[in-house]
Design a protein around this ligand. Structure first.
Ligand SMILES: [Zn+2]
Length: 389
C-alpha cells in the first residue's frame, strides 16, 4: 500500500516536473531586438540625425512595450551605445533560442526626397536598390577585427558572395515574410507611412543570415529626408514606430505561437501560420513588386453580405492566376492582397461552418497541411469565433 502511494506521489512529481519544464521551454515567446550600429559605427548621419541613436531609441521603446507581457521575454543585442559585431548580434539571438529576430535600422539616400519604410527578409536579390541597402548595412563588418577570417571571405561590397555560404536562407522565409508583412501593414495602416516598392523585400543581410529563426530587418525611414529624418529623431516619431512594430510582433505571436485564438479546433497552434507559402517560391529578385498603400483589396469577387467562411491555403509574395492548375486542382480560389503587398489565397466560400470544416479537410487532403478557416462579415475579416456568434 505504502509502495503504491509512494509510486503515485513519485508519478505526480515527475508529471509536475515535466509540465513545468514544458512550460518554461514553451511558455514564453522570446523576441530578440537588434538596434543597428553603435559606438564608433554611427550608421547613416544626415542633418545631425544619427542612425545608431534612433535605432536604439526605437528598440528600447519596443522592448519596454513587450516587457509588459509576462509571457514575453525580450533579448537585446545592445541596450547602450556600444559596438557589437554582426555575427555576435545574431549569436545573441541564437543562444537565447529566440522565436524571432528583429533588426531596426534607418535608411539613407543621396536623393534626399526618398522616404518611406521597407522591411527585409533574408534572401538573394537582383534588385539594385535592395542590394544597395544590404551593402550599406553589411559594410559595418569592415569595422570589426579580422572580419575576413570571421566571415569566411565574404566581401561586403558583393552581398551576393553570401549566397555560396548560405544553405539556410529559405528555411525561415515563410514566417519571416509573415512578420515583415505585419510590420509593413502597421506602418501603412497606423502611421500612414509610404511602403516603398511593396514594403516587404528580400536582400542578403549578414546579420539576418546568421540568425537561425524567423528574422527581419526594418528600415524605419530615411534619415536623409529632412522631414522624415526629423520625425525619426523625435520622441513622438520613435514612439509611433515602436508601437507599430510592437503590435505587429504581438499579432505574429498570436498567429504563430499562442494558439489561444485558434481559427479552428482542427488546427494545432504550431500550424497556425498565417502567411504560408505553399508551392509558390518567392522570386529571387525583389519580393514584392508594387503595392499602393490600400486596404485589403479583394479580387475575383464582390464582398458578400453576412458571414462567410473561407479556407486560407497559402500566402505569397507572388501573384498567381487563381486557376485550379496553380492550386493542386482546387477550384473557387480567391485572393486578397494585404497593404504590404502579400497575396493571400483562399479556397471555397460558405456561410455554413460545418461545410467550411469539410472544405478544410479537402484542402488538407490536397497537401495544404497548414490551411485554416478564416471568416468574413460583410466583406470584412473577423475572427471565426466572432463569425460563429
Ligand atoms: Zn543601418
Amino acid at each position: 500500500m505504502n509502495q503504491r502511494i509512494s509510486t503515485i506521489i513519485t508519478c505526480f512529481f515527475v508529471l509536475l516536473f515535466s509540465l513545468s519544464m514544458a512550460w518554461s521551454q514553451n511558455g514564453k515567446f522570446k523576441v530578440a531586438l537588434d538596434a543597428g550600429h553603435g559606438d564608433h559605427d554611427f550608421g547613416a548621419v544626415y542633418n545631425g540625425h544619427i542612425e545608431k541613436n534612433i535605432n536604439l531609441a526605437i528598440v528600447l521603446k519596443v522592448g519596454k512595450l513587450l516587457e509588459k507581457h509576462n509571457n514575453i521575454d525580450v533579448i537585446y543585442t545592445r541596450k547602450t551605445d556600444v559596438f557589437v559585431d554582426l555575427i555576435e548580434r545574431a549569436n545573441i539571438a541564437n543562444r537565447a533560442d529566440a522565436n524571432i529576430f528583429v533588426s531596426v535600422h534607418c535608411n539613407a539616400n543621396k536623393n534626399t526626397a526618398a522616404d518611406g519604410t521597407e522591411t527585409y527578409v533574408m534572401g538573394m536579390s537582383k534588385n539594385a536598390s535592395n542590394l544597395e541597402a544590404a551593402k550599406r548595412e553589411n559594410a559595418v563588418i569592415t569595422m570589426e577585427k579580422d572580419y575576413k577570417q570571421k566571415y569566411e571571405g565574404f566581401d561586403p561590397k558583393k552581398p551576393e558572395s553570401m549566397l555560396g555560404m548560405t544553405i539556410m536562407q529559405e528555411e525561415f522565409l515563410e514566417n519571416s515574410i509573415a512578420l515583415a508583412a505585419k510590420i509593413q501593414d502597421n506602418f501603412v495602416k497606423l502611421l500612414g507611412k509610404k511602403s516603398r516598392g511593396g514594403g516587404v523585400k528580400q536582400a542578403p543581410y549578414m546579420v539576418l543570415h546568421k540568425a537561425y529563426m524567423p528574422r527581419v530587418l526594418i528600415e524605419t525611414g530615411f534619415v536623409s529626408n529632412p522631414v522624415e529624418g526629423a520625425r525619426l529623431d523625435s520622441e513622438e516619431g520613435q514612439s509611433e514606430i515602436a508601437e507599430a512594430i510592437y503590435k505587429a510582433i504581438l499579432s505574429y505571436k498570436k498567429d504563430n505561437f499562442d494558439g489561444e485564438d485558434a481559427a479552428s479546433d482542427n488546427v494545432k497552434p504550431s500550424q497556425r501560420v498565417e502567411e504560408v507559402i505553399v508551392n509558390t517560391p518567392v522570386k529571387k529578385d525583389s519580393v514584392v513588386k508594387k503595392t499602393e498603400p490600400k486596404k485589403v483589396l479583394v479580387e475575383n469577387e464582390k464582398p458578400t453580405k453576412g458571414v462567410v467562411f473561407k479556407i486560407q491555403i497559402s500566402a505569397s509574395a507572388k501573384k498567381l492566376e487563381t486557376t485550379p492548375s496553380n492550386f493542386k486542382g482546387l477550384k473557387s480560389i480567391s485572393m486578397t492582397q494585404t497593404p504590404a503587398g502579400l497575396y493571400k489565397y483562399m479556397y471555397g466560400e460558405t456561410a455554413n461552418y460545418e461545410e467550411a470544416k469539410r472544405l478544410l479537410t479537402e484542402a488538407k487532403s490536397k497537401g495544404y497541411n497548414q490551411a485554416f478557416i478564416i471568416a468574413f462579415k460583410d466583406g470584412k475579416s473577423v475572427s471565426v469565433q466572432e463569425a460563429l456568434k
